[in-house]
Structure formats: C-alpha cells, structure tokens
Design a binder for this molecule. Sequence first.
Ligand code: ADP
Ligand code: MG
Length: 309
Amino acid sequence: MSEFSLIHNHFKHLTQSHSQTILGIGDDCAVSCIPPNCELVSCMDTLVAGRHFPSGTHPYAIGFKSVAVNLSDIASMGATPYAILLGISLPQNDDEWLQAFSQGIGDICKKFHVDLIGGDTTKSDRLTISVTALGFVEAGKSIRRDGAKVGDHICVSGPIGSASLALSQILTHQKTDLQHTLDLPMPQVDLGQKLIGYATSMIDISDGLGQDLRHVLKASQVGARLHLDNIPCDDALNTLPFADKYQHILNGGDDYQLCFTMRQDSFDNFNQLYPNSIVKIGEIIEQQEVELFHQNQQVDFKIQGWEHF
Ligand code: ADP
Ligand code: MG
C-alpha cells in the first residue's frame, strides 16, 4: 500500500466534520476558520516508542494517548479543542496495526468533537508520533501558569499517581487494575473550560504533580504548601509504604489531571455550581519553595519529575 492510500484508508475519514474546518486532509494545507472574538491556542507533543509508552502497547492505546496528551494541554489553558495534525514515522506499513491506531485516534477525536485536518507520514526505524493540537479560547481568557497569588487554594481535578503505579506494575510483570489510566488517559476538557473566570493559574499534570506545580510557582513567583493527605488517589496507592506512595503521586507523571489555583471566594462559588468536581490540596505561600505536610507535620520529600535530558 502506498503512502497515499495509507492516508486515504486510515485517516481521510477523520477530517472535516467540525464547522470551523473549510478544507481538511487532501490539499497542501488545511484551511480553518477562527470563531469571532476567539484566540487560537496550539501545542505539540511527541511520543516515541519505548520512551513514552512501553513497546508492545496496543496500537489503539498509542493512537488514543497521542491525542489525549495534547487535548490535555489545550484543556489546561481553559480552551476548547478544535483540531489536530498528525505526524507519524512508522517502521513498517502494517494495515492491521494502522487500523487499530486510527481507531484510537478516531474515538478520542469523536469524543471531543475534534477534526484530524492534516499531517505527515514517513518511514523510520523507531515508531514516533507527533501530534499538534489546535483550540480556541475567548480572547484574553486563557488560563496561564503565571497568575497564582499568595493565599490562593491549590486544587486538582482528580486522582493522582495511578498511571505511574500502573507503569511500575507492568514493568515488574505484576497484575494491574490501572492499565487504562496509563493507556487511555482522559483529558479534563470540560472542567478546563468551566474554570475560566475562576482559576488564577493552571497546568496539566504530565511530568509529575511536584514538578508541574513548580512550573506554576516559578512563573507566578510564589511558593506552595501541600497537604499530602488531601491529594486524591486510587485505593491501590494507599496500600503502599509512604515513600512509594508519594513517589508515584508527586514524581510519577502521566496523570493528565489539571492542577490550578483559585481565590477562596472563587473556590466557594465553583463548588456550589459544580459540587465534588475539584479537590483542594494546598495553598499558595509567599516563600518560593514547596512545603509538604503529612498529618499536620512538615515532611521532607525530594520532588523530581520526568525529564528528558
Ligand atoms: P505534501 O507532500 O504536500 O506535504 P502529503 O502528500 O504529505 O502532502 O500529504 C497529503 C495530504 O495528506 C495532506 O493534506 C496532509 O496533511 C495529509 N496527511 C499526510 N499524512 C497524514 C497523517 N499521518 N494524518 C493525517 N493527514 C495526513
Ligand atoms: Mg504540498
């Protein structure tokens, strides 16, 4: 099968259902319309086999996750995802593999009403997938990393540490009930949009809660006090020794939950409107450091998330 029939058979049907798409896959460029009074937000994430997912991961999961991680970045700005571009470097043209891969891409695109408007297909020894995501946000309303203020609550959108535990179980050949959290992360797109006008800063947790929170603190020039007991997590993590549990929660990564800051009054209002959708885990302090408390005692724990170099 040629490169062109590959694109036609596996990707062409995922284009042009969104009202903002004027021209999808098939020409030199896609053409899109930006809604009035909106800004365009864009991001790109690359997944390399053996580095971002274990070799042997199901192609459906690889497709799904490569889109999910990008939609999570769009969500973290409070934006609405619109479309993706897909760059793939494949070791071989395997029809069955591509079928499952494009099904994974298609399912998450449909779920969030996202078009696949273009991409690039090449051959390479190592499977590499690079997705560019585009989204829209009302002009001036995007939620950035640099808005946290002293006294703000620090919140997360859901359980932290599950994917990291799942990965460690898989790598040590143990049974895991958390495989889906690693393979099929669900970007917090709806919540991200709802937080516009409430959150003062936001980031999505991809490289570890500790490290990603630090990006917010640095950009905002503030510090944080975290109450470890309040960080939501799967029951499986509660059976682990303290050091292992918080290694997964603070340093694990691959959570794709949102971490954001809010003033007390916004927090109260948001909780009334959307009960039980966010969890407070700490507060912003003036000293530019991260203080960790466990059962009201300050504890030491090395924060060190995922880094490539
Ligand atoms: P060009 O040579 O002009 O760059 P290509 O032959 O690479 O164009 O691509 C033809 C069309 O197919 C373009 O619309 C491009 O965006 C799309 N395309 C190529 N690869 C992919 C892919 N992996 N996923 C989605 N669209 C793709
Ligand atoms: Mg061209």
